[in-house]
Design a protein around this ligand. Sequence first.
Ligand SMILES: *Cc1c(COP(=O)(O)O)cnc(C)c1O
Length: 858
Amino acid sequence: MKAIRRFSVRPVLPEPLAPLHDLARNLRWSWHAETRALFRAAAPDSWEAAGGDPVRLLAAVPAARLQELAADRGFLRRLAVAAGDLHDYLTEPRWYQRAGDELPRAVAYFSPEFGITSALPQYSGGLGILAGDHLKAASDLGLPLIGVGLLYRHGYFRQSLSRDGWQQEHYPVLDPDELPLELLREEDGTAVRVALALPGGRSLHAYVRLARVGRVPLLLLDSDVEENGAAEREVTDRLYGGGSEHRLLQEMLLGIGGVRAVRAYCRLTGHPAPEVFHTNEGHAGFLGLERIRELAHEGAAFDAALETVRAGTVFTTHTPVPAGIDRFDRDLVARHFGDDGELPGIDAQAVLALGRETYDGGDPTLFNMAVMGLRLAQRANGVSTLHGRVSREMFAGLWPGFDPAEVPITSVTNGVHAPTWTAPEVPRDAHRLTDAELWELRRTLREQLVHEVRARLHASCRQRGAARAELGWIDGVLDPDVLTIGFARRVPSYKRLTLMLRDPDRLTELLLHPTRPVQIVVAGKAHPADDGGKRLIQELVRFADDPAVRHRVVFLPDYGMAMARKLYHGCDVWLNNPLRPLEACGTSGMKAALNGCLNLSVLDGWWDEWFEPDFGWAVPTADGQAAADQTRRDDIEAAALYRLVQDQVAPCFYDRGVSGGELPERWIERVRQTLRRLAPKVPADRMVREYVERLYAPAARAHRALDRAAAGRLAAWKSRVREEWPRVAVDRVEHAGAGAEGASLELGSSLTVRVRVALGALTPDEVEVQAVAGRVDESDALAGADAVRVALKPGTGPDLEGRWLYEGPLALDRTGSFGYTVRVLPAHPLLSAPAELGLTAAPPDEAGAGGAGGVLLR
Ligand SMILES: *Cc1c(COP(=O)(O)O)cnc(C)c1O
């Protein structure tokens, strides 16, 4: 029978247990082992049944047990300690409170998904987990951050397998009343509602649900509101489901509704208003439009409002994979923002212009959320050093005339929240343990994983239709003393789930090696619309179903945070083999490293940056020549992977007593180095501090500098510069000094560069003239060039043709073929980077017209 209505009945806690309520409602328990231990102690059986979720636990504990606890002096003492600890955590000054007073009063952080704990399943993969870790680290650091997202009624999906290994998706209903959430209410107790206007006179309403992530409030918009029409109620049904219009509505609700939710929250709680808005990937980009509307409503002109909003916005791009970027049909966007839609008073053409792909190869019929993100944010970043570089190349078309190196997109390498991802068994200074202790620790964690895998495999096989009696073999699956490799992540094609299956016989040999076997645990979800991904999973499952190898290779369905933790804790080696450079950062390997797991990975994302032989192995890639031929590339890289495992990884693990003892000293030393030198780099508090220092603080300063009048002036200036720019030109370039024309020059000498430039109606203080110098190749292209400012020659005015004379020294600081060119750029104290406007004027190309100079330096 199925119920036709459901209610949730809240437990009534006896008075002495009242503090349990706040402890359960603040998700800090998810990274605070002592609080979890307290809940477990309250009712050990219910704790397991509740999946380690305190809110569900409290709803499940029998009243009699609660009465018992209320009289248990020992329990009450522990409860008081935990409650006091939470209170201190929430109120005491932390890093941010000591970090200076120039910092933003508050920051709003928008993301389409948040992975905080499996008890609040609102994530699909790395992007969401990163957002969750960002919030937790912000909380630990005392950063006044407000998280903003959507509450999906079904979250992502739960994965199981059919008998023949095909991914099945399930969408359980999440009842907000049973989640660790509170409804945001007005002072009179009614629910806060955020509303958006939709075409055709419809509107979209949403509740604001509040999760407490330590000190950080997370606001989740929920469109399952009675006032909504049936279609609007479904807007927040699932994460990354539905067609284009559905996605657009989700993103409008997230961006526009999200800003309105922040305003309501600040009004009701007295939280300071955010000075900086950070959008985690392009999906929340409409937040900038809503803030422009707010300013326009107060009387600001669009262009001036745009400057103010840009100054206070940070945009993080997460993907070099085009399919990872949202692009909407222009007409669809136009319909939703026209006179008839959202943001009245904002010209729909101005909105469309923000998302236009103006570069070569851009599609004029599409509206690109990443492009809009970059135009609405004065500061932008990728998520690893390599990804920063790749992003600058990818988006260079938006800054024509600049080298990719100058594109104003920096990078902040992702981090992971150490208290969330480190096994409780790993002590703080684990690298100081003796070899024997370290090895024992690793074995304990591996053994726990083996038990976890068997339990999950058992459940999965039952679910796929096996009878209990057929499953005796599962007790022999995995061995707590065998080298254990983990591979778990989403299954987009670039991550190459099945690279290890390239040569199944070769893999089988490795699994069944008589003295140095390996065992592999695999997990991952394919997007429900991605049949290609599901085929990869099926291929893997079929391989793992084979009785010849099933004790050594396992595919576990329903990858999520709870399973992920066990894998990071218990694996010896974390494998990652994406198509370089498509993995923007990758974070699972960092989480593994926190637990002394070694990485075996293609040099992509973070591993490209921090790889050292002490921390694991780099899988050689063929991303030069063979890159064009994907099959060949997979063959080469898979072969390299097998060879590495066989010749290096396995011997390192199995060779014992090299220096006399019983232990694999070389392995243990790598574990030690990973814990000692790699683990301190990966934590998310390092990442969040970098965001504060390099992006949030400068953004807040820039935003403060732009009051209405200053923003108006900046907008007017930019518009005048754009208008005049066609008349800006470099007319003549000469150099004099050390060595005559054509002669070689000595390192350490300098040239005097003399340039005449036409500025149209601009004045010399509105531009910067630069000499850009560096090595040149055979085709005179400059490589690794540096720009130096060339000053207006003192006491000179424009000549009869209106040209200005600039003159300055150029140091010859590199040997070999050396060349320079000059250029003119707009200059204004409120620009964040010289390339910001994407305007530059260079000498004409023709030789003899005073083009770039070239000299040879020996
Ligand atoms: C860390 C994590 C991810 C992201 O892993 P990548 O290595 O970045 O692909 C995905 N899912 C879960 C559950 C995670 O914990």
